[in-house]
Design a protein around this ligand. Structure first.
Ligand code: UDP
Ligand code: MG
Length: 310
Protein backbone atom coordinates (compact mmCIF):
# COMPACT_ATOMS: atom_id res chain seq x y z
CA UNK A 1 0.00 0.00 0.00
CA UNK A 2 1.28 3.45 -0.85
CA UNK A 3 1.81 5.96 1.89
CA UNK A 4 1.09 9.69 2.05
CA UNK A 5 3.06 11.91 4.43
CA UNK A 6 2.00 15.37 5.48
CA UNK A 7 4.39 17.95 6.90
CA UNK A 8 2.74 20.73 8.86
CA UNK A 9 4.82 23.43 10.60
CA UNK A 10 3.32 25.17 13.61
CA UNK A 11 4.34 28.33 15.37
CA UNK A 12 1.98 29.62 18.03
CA UNK A 13 -0.96 27.79 16.48
CA UNK A 14 -2.92 26.76 19.58
CA UNK A 15 -6.06 28.23 18.02
CA UNK A 16 -5.86 26.08 14.92
CA UNK A 17 -3.98 22.91 15.94
CA UNK A 18 -7.02 20.83 16.84
CA UNK A 19 -9.14 21.93 13.89
CA UNK A 20 -6.18 21.31 11.60
CA UNK A 21 -5.78 17.76 12.90
CA UNK A 22 -9.48 17.04 12.51
CA UNK A 23 -9.81 18.41 8.99
CA UNK A 24 -6.65 16.71 7.81
CA UNK A 25 -7.40 13.31 9.32
CA UNK A 26 -10.93 13.35 7.99
CA UNK A 27 -9.58 13.73 4.47
CA UNK A 28 -6.83 11.16 4.99
CA UNK A 29 -9.11 8.56 6.58
CA UNK A 30 -11.37 8.74 3.56
CA UNK A 31 -8.54 7.91 1.18
CA UNK A 32 -8.79 4.37 -0.05
CA UNK A 33 -5.64 2.42 -0.81
CA UNK A 34 -3.33 4.77 1.09
CA UNK A 35 -1.70 4.66 4.47
CA UNK A 36 -0.76 7.98 5.95
CA UNK A 37 1.26 9.84 8.54
CA UNK A 38 1.16 13.47 9.60
CA UNK A 39 4.30 15.11 10.93
CA UNK A 40 3.62 18.22 12.94
CA UNK A 41 6.70 20.34 13.50
CA UNK A 42 6.45 22.60 16.51
CA UNK A 43 8.77 25.48 15.66
CA UNK A 44 9.47 26.57 19.22
CA UNK A 45 5.97 27.79 20.13
CA UNK A 46 5.67 28.66 23.81
CA UNK A 47 1.87 28.50 23.92
CA UNK A 48 -0.28 25.37 24.15
CA UNK A 49 0.51 24.14 20.63
CA UNK A 50 2.81 21.32 21.74
CA UNK A 51 0.50 20.27 24.55
CA UNK A 52 -2.44 19.96 22.17
CA UNK A 53 -0.35 18.04 19.63
CA UNK A 54 0.96 15.64 22.28
CA UNK A 55 -2.54 14.84 23.40
CA UNK A 56 -3.49 14.07 19.80
CA UNK A 57 -0.38 11.97 19.17
CA UNK A 58 -0.99 9.87 22.28
CA UNK A 59 -4.29 8.71 20.86
CA UNK A 60 -3.47 8.56 17.16
CA UNK A 61 -0.32 6.74 16.07
CA UNK A 62 -0.47 8.22 12.57
CA UNK A 63 0.44 11.54 14.14
CA UNK A 64 4.12 12.28 14.67
CA UNK A 65 5.68 15.28 16.32
CA UNK A 66 9.02 16.98 16.03
CA UNK A 67 9.53 19.81 18.48
CA UNK A 68 12.36 22.36 18.15
CA UNK A 69 14.35 23.79 21.03
CA UNK A 70 13.43 27.31 19.87
CA UNK A 71 11.97 29.13 16.88
CA UNK A 72 14.07 28.38 13.80
CA UNK A 73 11.62 29.60 11.17
CA UNK A 74 9.12 28.14 8.77
CA UNK A 75 11.61 26.90 6.16
CA UNK A 76 13.66 25.04 8.78
CA UNK A 77 10.50 23.50 10.23
CA UNK A 78 9.46 22.18 6.84
CA UNK A 79 13.01 20.95 6.10
CA UNK A 80 13.03 19.04 9.39
CA UNK A 81 9.71 17.41 8.58
CA UNK A 82 11.04 16.35 5.17
CA UNK A 83 13.98 14.60 6.84
CA UNK A 84 11.65 12.30 8.76
CA UNK A 85 8.91 11.48 6.26
CA UNK A 86 8.48 7.84 5.31
CA UNK A 87 5.76 8.18 2.65
CA UNK A 88 5.86 7.82 -1.14
CA UNK A 89 4.04 11.10 -1.71
CA UNK A 90 4.80 14.03 0.58
CA UNK A 91 2.51 17.01 1.05
CA UNK A 92 3.53 20.30 2.66
CA UNK A 93 0.67 22.20 4.24
CA UNK A 94 0.24 25.33 6.38
CA UNK A 95 -1.30 24.76 9.78
CA UNK A 96 -3.79 27.62 9.45
CA UNK A 97 -5.90 25.78 6.82
CA UNK A 98 -5.34 28.48 4.22
CA UNK A 99 -4.43 25.65 1.89
CA UNK A 100 -7.50 23.38 2.05
CA UNK A 101 -6.60 19.75 2.89
CA UNK A 102 -9.72 18.69 0.96
CA UNK A 103 -7.64 19.16 -2.21
CA UNK A 104 -5.31 16.31 -1.31
CA UNK A 105 -7.25 13.58 -3.20
CA UNK A 106 -7.09 15.63 -6.42
CA UNK A 107 -3.38 16.22 -5.96
CA UNK A 108 -2.86 12.50 -5.43
CA UNK A 109 -4.63 11.79 -8.71
CA UNK A 110 -2.16 14.04 -10.51
CA UNK A 111 0.67 12.28 -8.74
CA UNK A 112 -0.64 8.87 -9.80
CA UNK A 113 -0.52 10.14 -13.37
CA UNK A 114 3.23 10.54 -13.08
CA UNK A 115 3.69 14.15 -11.99
CA UNK A 116 6.44 14.45 -9.43
CA UNK A 117 6.03 17.98 -8.09
CA UNK A 118 2.48 19.30 -7.91
CA UNK A 119 2.64 22.87 -6.67
CA UNK A 120 -0.35 24.84 -5.47
CA UNK A 121 -0.87 28.00 -7.47
CA UNK A 122 -3.07 30.59 -5.81
CA UNK A 123 -5.95 31.71 -8.00
CA UNK A 124 -7.32 33.96 -5.30
CA UNK A 125 -6.13 34.93 -1.86
CA UNK A 126 -8.81 35.69 0.68
CA UNK A 127 -8.30 37.75 3.78
CA UNK A 128 -4.80 38.97 3.09
CA UNK A 129 -3.87 42.63 3.34
CA UNK A 130 -3.29 44.74 0.24
CA UNK A 131 0.21 45.34 1.52
CA UNK A 132 0.95 41.61 1.63
CA UNK A 133 -0.46 41.02 -1.85
CA UNK A 134 1.50 43.94 -3.31
CA UNK A 135 4.80 43.00 -1.66
CA UNK A 136 4.36 39.35 -2.63
CA UNK A 137 3.77 40.34 -6.25
CA UNK A 138 6.80 42.63 -6.27
CA UNK A 139 8.92 39.92 -4.71
CA UNK A 140 8.10 37.27 -7.33
CA UNK A 141 8.71 39.82 -10.05
CA UNK A 142 12.13 40.80 -8.75
CA UNK A 143 13.07 37.20 -7.99
CA UNK A 144 12.25 36.05 -11.50
CA UNK A 145 14.03 39.01 -13.08
CA UNK A 146 17.16 38.23 -11.11
CA UNK A 147 17.30 34.46 -10.92
CA UNK A 148 18.25 31.90 -13.52
CA UNK A 149 15.59 29.33 -12.64
CA UNK A 150 11.96 30.10 -13.31
CA UNK A 151 10.16 30.20 -9.98
CA UNK A 152 6.40 30.07 -10.51
CA UNK A 153 4.42 33.13 -9.39
CA UNK A 154 1.71 32.93 -6.72
CA UNK A 155 3.20 29.74 -5.36
CA UNK A 156 3.94 29.09 -1.71
CA UNK A 157 5.09 25.94 -0.03
CA UNK A 158 1.79 24.09 -0.46
CA UNK A 159 2.65 21.16 -2.72
CA UNK A 160 2.79 17.42 -3.20
CA UNK A 161 6.19 15.98 -3.99
CA UNK A 162 7.36 12.53 -4.87
CA UNK A 163 9.66 10.73 -2.46
CA UNK A 164 12.62 10.85 -4.86
CA UNK A 165 12.39 14.64 -5.11
CA UNK A 166 12.34 14.92 -1.32
CA UNK A 167 15.45 12.76 -1.19
CA UNK A 168 17.23 15.14 -3.55
CA UNK A 169 16.18 18.14 -1.44
CA UNK A 170 17.30 16.38 1.76
CA UNK A 171 20.70 15.66 0.26
CA UNK A 172 21.43 19.35 -0.42
CA UNK A 173 23.87 20.65 2.17
CA UNK A 174 22.57 24.24 2.09
CA UNK A 175 21.56 25.79 5.40
CA UNK A 176 19.33 28.68 4.34
CA UNK A 177 16.97 26.62 2.23
CA UNK A 178 14.48 28.57 0.15
CA UNK A 179 12.28 25.55 -0.47
CA UNK A 180 9.88 26.82 -3.09
CA UNK A 181 12.88 27.87 -5.18
CA UNK A 182 14.68 24.57 -4.69
CA UNK A 183 11.61 22.52 -5.59
CA UNK A 184 11.54 24.36 -8.89
CA UNK A 185 15.31 24.19 -9.37
CA UNK A 186 15.49 20.38 -9.04
CA UNK A 187 13.41 19.84 -12.18
CA UNK A 188 11.41 16.58 -12.57
CA UNK A 189 7.82 16.49 -13.85
CA UNK A 190 6.28 19.69 -12.51
CA UNK A 191 2.60 20.47 -12.56
CA UNK A 192 0.70 23.54 -11.38
CA UNK A 193 -2.45 22.97 -9.38
CA UNK A 194 -4.73 25.98 -9.15
CA UNK A 195 -6.68 26.59 -5.98
CA UNK A 196 -8.37 29.28 -3.97
CA UNK A 197 -6.37 30.28 -0.94
CA UNK A 198 -8.68 30.69 2.02
CA UNK A 199 -8.59 32.99 4.97
CA UNK A 200 -6.68 31.93 8.06
CA UNK A 201 -8.89 29.69 10.20
CA UNK A 202 -7.97 31.51 13.43
CA UNK A 203 -5.19 33.53 14.95
CA UNK A 204 -2.89 36.03 13.27
CA UNK A 205 -0.20 35.58 10.63
CA UNK A 206 3.10 34.29 12.00
CA UNK A 207 4.97 36.02 9.20
CA UNK A 208 5.62 39.60 10.27
CA UNK A 209 7.42 41.94 7.86
CA UNK A 210 10.81 41.04 9.34
CA UNK A 211 10.39 37.32 8.59
CA UNK A 212 9.02 38.11 5.15
CA UNK A 213 12.08 40.24 4.41
CA UNK A 214 14.38 37.43 5.50
CA UNK A 215 12.57 34.93 3.31
CA UNK A 216 12.73 37.33 0.37
CA UNK A 217 16.47 38.03 0.75
CA UNK A 218 17.17 34.32 1.19
CA UNK A 219 15.21 33.66 -1.97
CA UNK A 220 17.01 36.27 -4.03
CA UNK A 221 20.51 35.65 -2.72
CA UNK A 222 20.36 31.88 -2.95
CA UNK A 223 19.09 31.96 -6.51
CA UNK A 224 21.00 34.82 -8.07
CA UNK A 225 24.39 36.48 -8.31
CA UNK A 226 22.99 39.41 -10.21
CA UNK A 227 22.91 41.81 -7.21
CA UNK A 228 26.71 41.52 -7.16
CA UNK A 229 26.86 42.40 -10.84
CA UNK A 230 24.60 45.39 -10.21
CA UNK A 231 27.17 46.52 -7.64
CA UNK A 232 29.85 46.33 -10.35
CA UNK A 233 27.64 48.30 -12.71
CA UNK A 234 27.09 51.02 -10.10
CA UNK A 235 30.85 51.23 -9.55
CA UNK A 236 31.56 51.71 -13.25
CA UNK A 237 28.79 54.29 -13.46
CA UNK A 238 30.29 56.29 -10.60
CA UNK A 239 33.74 56.19 -12.21
CA UNK A 240 32.31 57.53 -15.48
CA UNK A 241 30.38 60.22 -13.62
CA UNK A 242 33.35 61.37 -11.59
CA UNK A 243 35.55 61.47 -14.73
CA UNK A 244 32.98 63.74 -16.36
CA UNK A 245 32.99 65.96 -13.28
CA UNK A 246 36.81 66.03 -13.27
CA UNK A 247 37.00 67.02 -16.94
CA UNK A 248 34.36 69.66 -16.38
CA UNK A 249 36.26 71.19 -13.45
CA UNK A 250 39.57 71.28 -15.35
CA UNK A 251 37.95 72.90 -18.37
CA UNK A 252 36.08 75.35 -16.21
CA UNK A 253 39.39 76.26 -14.46
CA UNK A 254 41.13 76.88 -17.81
CA UNK A 255 38.29 78.79 -19.44
CA UNK A 256 37.12 80.52 -16.24
CA UNK A 257 33.45 79.41 -16.75
CA UNK A 258 32.66 79.94 -13.12
CA UNK A 259 34.34 80.01 -9.75
CA UNK A 260 34.31 76.41 -8.54
CA UNK A 261 35.81 77.10 -5.12
CA UNK A 262 32.35 78.21 -4.16
CA UNK A 263 31.03 74.81 -5.25
CA UNK A 264 30.02 73.53 -1.83
CA UNK A 265 26.80 72.03 -3.17
CA UNK A 266 28.45 70.00 -5.88
CA UNK A 267 30.98 68.58 -3.43
CA UNK A 268 28.31 67.65 -0.93
CA UNK A 269 26.15 66.07 -3.60
CA UNK A 270 28.95 63.96 -4.99
CA UNK A 271 30.17 62.88 -1.57
CA UNK A 272 26.75 61.85 -0.34
CA UNK A 273 25.73 60.24 -3.61
CA UNK A 274 28.86 58.15 -3.88
CA UNK A 275 29.00 57.21 -0.22
CA UNK A 276 25.41 56.08 -0.64
CA UNK A 277 26.31 53.92 -3.61
CA UNK A 278 29.34 52.50 -1.79
CA UNK A 279 27.37 51.66 1.33
CA UNK A 280 24.56 50.00 -0.61
CA UNK A 281 27.13 47.99 -2.54
CA UNK A 282 28.85 46.93 0.66
CA UNK A 283 25.51 45.89 2.09
CA UNK A 284 24.77 43.70 -0.92
CA UNK A 285 28.19 42.09 -0.74
CA UNK A 286 27.71 41.73 3.00
CA UNK A 287 24.52 39.73 2.48
CA UNK A 288 26.48 37.18 0.47
CA UNK A 289 29.42 37.13 2.86
CA UNK A 290 27.06 36.62 5.80
CA UNK A 291 25.56 33.60 4.07
CA UNK A 292 28.96 32.19 3.16
CA UNK A 293 29.92 32.61 6.80
CA UNK A 294 26.73 30.82 7.89
CA UNK A 295 27.44 27.91 5.59
CA UNK A 296 31.07 27.68 6.79
CA UNK A 297 30.08 27.51 10.44
CA UNK A 298 28.15 24.43 9.47
CA UNK A 299 25.82 24.66 12.43
CA UNK A 300 22.70 22.53 12.15
CA UNK A 301 19.66 24.16 10.56
CA UNK A 302 17.60 23.39 13.62
CA UNK A 303 17.82 21.64 16.99
CA UNK A 304 15.25 19.03 17.90
CA UNK A 305 14.18 18.93 21.52
CA UNK A 306 11.59 16.16 21.38
CA UNK A 307 10.27 13.53 18.98
CA UNK A 308 7.02 11.68 19.43
CA UNK A 309 5.93 8.53 17.53
CA UNK A 310 9.05 8.78 15.35
N1 UDP B 1 5.46 29.12 10.82
C1 UDP B 1 6.51 28.45 11.42
N2 UDP B 1 7.55 29.18 11.95
C2 UDP B 1 7.59 30.54 11.87
C3 UDP B 1 6.52 31.21 11.22
C4 UDP B 1 5.47 30.47 10.70
O1 UDP B 1 6.51 27.21 11.51
O2 UDP B 1 8.55 31.13 12.36
C5 UDP B 1 4.34 28.32 10.25
C6 UDP B 1 2.95 28.74 10.71
O3 UDP B 1 2.59 28.12 11.91
C7 UDP B 1 2.09 28.29 9.54
C8 UDP B 1 3.01 28.46 8.35
O4 UDP B 1 4.34 28.51 8.86
O5 UDP B 1 1.74 26.92 9.64
C9 UDP B 1 2.71 29.70 7.55
O6 UDP B 1 2.65 30.82 8.40
P1 UDP B 1 1.49 31.90 8.33
O7 UDP B 1 0.19 31.25 8.02
O8 UDP B 1 1.53 32.71 9.58
O9 UDP B 1 1.99 32.77 7.12
P2 UDP B 1 1.08 33.51 6.02
O10 UDP B 1 0.09 32.51 5.52
O11 UDP B 1 0.44 34.64 6.73
O12 UDP B 1 2.06 33.94 4.98
MG1 MG C 1 -1.17 31.45 6.62
Amino acid sequence: MKKVSLVIPMYYEEDVAKECYERVSKVLNNLENYEYEVIFVNDGSKDKTLEILEEIANKDKNIKIISFSRNFGHQCAVSAGLQYVTGDAIIILDADLQDPPELIPDMLKLWEKGNEVIYGKRKTRDGESRFKLLTAKMFYHILNALSDVEIPKDTGDFRLVDRKVVEVINSLPEHNKFLRGLFSWVGFEQKAFEYERKERFAGKTKYPLKKMMKLATDGIISFSNKPLKIVGGLGILSIILSTVILIYSILSFIFKWNNLTAGWTSIMVTITLFSGIILVSLWMIGEYVARIYDECKDRPQYIINKKINI
